[in-house]
Design a protein around this ligand. Structure first.
Ligand code: SF4
Length: 477
């Protein structure tokens, strides 16, 4: 049997693509391995959203130089955003690479690998499927006992945020039909999935492919239809929404549909109108705060998290102060923040990179100080309260505990008797203490008398792509 090893970098979109790659390879009789020595195919699913992606890829590929020289039939593949961005050039730049494949070409992977195995030269395929968009379906993970799954609803991005390379690496927006999305969610639920995350670069700009974009987002209608037609689905998340498409109808859906969480990750990027204009975000600070206030009013204890870039070209101390005040005003319980780094092909390149590195680091630290204090206060406020947690796997550091997520996406560690496999189960717990970024909790009701599972794999044994999903930030919009 042939074996593959996948290394995934970047956002949840990439994690999702890695899962689809695994499925394409499994259908060809491949099995996953974590041991490079056993692999016949090593694939790097790359990200180019931040600086140093190039360096990261070269160093990851270089790790296997000795193995590749020894094992001549080992096929090395580069997929993802870097593959799309650099295309054929990567084959010249990194001599160990046999196949370069773009996100829209995953289904062609077996064909390209076959071509190389048959003695053909290294090959690149990075063509956007703009005319006839195809979405690789998720096949129900029956052997993985997974509680959570991703379902793509759209791909590409028509926004033109000046710092972002995504429109270049993922192309224009293309949408999947509601019937296809619902059929996939239905199949996943039949296989035991409890929580689905709808994925897209600007997920809430979704509309049916045959509808005109002029009619605006129909995402609220889509989530209502999913709630109605797949009642066995326990939780429905989505990432990443763009603030511009956070419509009143979608906010109302959060108030009305129990399947939607009392939480949204809504990337703001900056709190300064001047910087938002230069980023071409197409909303103002006040617009964002109004939407945040409406969301928080939609359900009791509604929480928000966000993405922020510090040190964008031209960002002054006054601009940064505006970001800090917005973080306080919006009351984010979690903030993913990054220092601005110029990316190839992005309009912001023309603005220079005039905020010194030390100042970016200093601002990032000050931002984390505010965000961490808010997160700590939020988690502390939950101690003593009851939560519903979807358990995902045994804790990596403490085998006496399982880790899961609350409905509002807080990470919760729950003491579970050894040998009891509760993966994929929703349990009621009471939070007993708070760490910096997570909660510790005990079950409210006695554990069921399930037959113990002796060979129950720890989180480490979960498929590689899924394992990463437990600790990755959300895809930025
Ligand atoms: S940040 Fe998000 S919305 Fe803006 S261009 Fe990138 S993917 Fe599109």
């Amino acid at each position: 049997m042939r074996r593959y090893l996948i290394q995934t970098f970047g956002c949840q979109m990439n994690v999702h693509d890695s899962l689809r790659i695994e499925e394409v390879l499994s259908a060809q009789g491949y099995a996953a391995t974590d041991a490079p020595e056993l692999a016949d195919l090593i694939l790097f699913n790359t990200c180019s959203i931040r600086e140093k992606a190039d360096h990261k890829l070269r160093s990851a590929v270089g790790t296997f130089r000795e193995l590749k020289e020894r094992k001549r039939d080992l096929v090395m593949v580069v997929a993802g955003c870097m593959a799309q961005q650099r295309g054929e050039a990567l084959l010249d730049e990194i001599d160990l690479v046999d196949v370069v494949i773009g996100p829209d070409n995953i289904a062609e992977l077996p064909e390209l690998v076959g071509h190389v195995r048959a003695g053909g030269p290294p090959v690149a395929r990075t063509v956007f499927d703009l005319d006839a968009p195809s979405f690789l379906q998720a096949h129900a993970p029956t052997d993985r006992h997974e509680a959570c799954a991703y379902v793509t609803v759209m791909k590409g991005c028509d926004e033109r945020c000046t710092f972002c390379i995504v429109p270049y690496t993922r192309g224009a927006e293309r949408y999947r039909t509601s019937s296809e999305i619902i059929a996939e969610i239905d199949r996943l639920c039949d296989a035991g999935v409890k929580e689905v995350t709808l994925l897209g670069q600007t997920v809430n700009s979704w509309h049916e492919p045959h509808e005109s974009a002029e009619g605006g987002s129909r995402f609220a209608w889509l989530v209502e239809r999913i709630a109605r037609e797949v009642p066995k689905l326990a939780r429905l998340r989505y990432t990443s929404p763009h603030p511009r498409h956070m419509t009143d109808a979608l906010i109302a859906a959060h108030a009305e549909l129990a399947v939607l969480p009392a939480h949204v990750h809504l990337p703001v990027q900056s709190g300064s109108d001047r910087v938002l204009r230069r980023m071409l975000r197409r909303y103002r600070r006040q617009d964002f705060l109004e939407r945040a206030a409406k969301l928080r009013a939609a359900r009791p204890s509604f929480t928000l998290s966000t993405d922020i870039i510090v040190g964008f070209p031209g960002e002054t101390e006054e601009d940064f102060q505006q970001t800090l005040s917005l973080v306080r005003e919006a009351g984010f319980v979690s903030v993913f923040a990054f220092k601005y780094s110029p990316r190839p092909h992005t309009p912001a390149l023309r603005l220079g990179d005039d905020v010194p590195e030390e100042l970016k680091s200093e601002r990032l630290e000050r931002l984390f100080e505010v965000a961490d204090a808010q997160q700590a206060a939020h988690l502390q406020s939950l101690v003593g309260s009851e939560l519903e947690v979807l358990l995902e796997g045994r804790s990596k550091t403490d085998p006496a505990r399982m880790t899961g997520r609350s409905q509002r996406h807080e990470i919760v560690h729950v003491a579970v008797p050894p040998g009891l496999d509760m993966r994929g189960k929703l349990v009621k717990v009471r939070a007993s203490s708070a760490y910096k970024r997570s909660l510790v909790a005990e079950a409210v009701e006695p554990w069921p008398r399930l037959p113990p599972v002796d060979a129950f794999p720890p989180v480490e044994a979960v498929q590689p792509a899924r394992k990463q999903a437990l600790r990755l930030p959300l895809v930025s919009s």
